[in-house]
Design a protein around this ligand. Structure first.
Ligand code: TMP
Length: 212
């Protein structure tokens, strides 16, 4: 996707169970990087602001019912509709901190029983993250944290399955951070890991595609 030695932004994805602290950590990280003078943006999937995202949001809030394959493809389409913007931003030197990505797509749908290869197929050709920070927390600990918000997947039994499916999918781009630690400790580790990757991308690390 990009020639070697071209400086670019990093694609950093956060994954983890619901209530693992992704949203707070992404927010803290973005403020920190902005403070250091980096060009950085906070993204999230699903992006509920698009028309596809509104269909997803209606499903998650139980306002609509959809076949499991259909919602899977909508989540994927929601990433595809942002793909070219993602490439443009990265090549222009902006680092993207992304709250959930294709790994959520695969982990949640395979946890429902869909076939792994089938789930992966529509993600092929999306931009591969430079780093996936997995905020590791047990489903029980996550459930204790201020309760779930009542969306479709926010149930302990289902989160247990998602947790198992996430673990089957980790690859060399993953860094596992113990999310049961105090928030400040998690934040400190996250900053260190992410800065190393941003530097590698500034030095021209090649942009690649899923799934490699
Ligand atoms: P959110 O709470 O981070 O907005 O995500 C909404 C829910 O959607 C969450 O339970 C994870 C789930 N999800 C999928 O099932 N597939 C996906 O591709 C993504 C991005 C999220």
């Amino acid at each position: 996707l990009s020639a070697n030695n071209e400086s670019r932004g990093a694609l950093v994805v956060f994954e983890g169970l619901d209530r693992s602290g992704k949203t707070s950590q992404c927010g803290r990280l973005v403020s920190y990087l902005e403070g250091l003078g980096h060009s950085v943006e906070l993204w999230r999937f699903p992006d509920r602001t698009t028309s596809v995202g509104q269909l997803i949001s209606a499903y998650l809030t139980n306002k609509s019912q959809l076949d499991d394959h259909t919602i899977h493809l909508l989540f994927s389409a929601n990433r595809w509709e942002k793909r070219s913007m993602m490439e443009t931003k990265l090549k222009a030197g902006t680092t993207l901190i992304v709250d959930r990505y294709s790994y959520s797509g695969v982990a949640f749908s395979t946890a429902k029983g869909l076939d792994f290869e089938w789930c992966k197929a529509p993600e092929i050709g999306l931009i591969a993250p430079d780093l996936v920070v997995y905020l590791d927390i047990t489903p029980e600990k996550a459930a204790e944290r201020g309760g779930y918000g009542g969306e479709r997947y926010e149930q302990l039994e289902f989160q247990r399955k998602v947790s198992q499916h996430y673990k089957l999918r980790k690859d060399s781009s993953w860094k596992i951070v113990d999310a049961c630690q105090p928030l400040d400790d998690v934040e400190k580790q996250v900053k260190e890991i992410v800065l190393q990757h941003i530097i590698a991308c500034q030095k021209g690390k090649i942009l690649s595609s899923l799934w490699s």
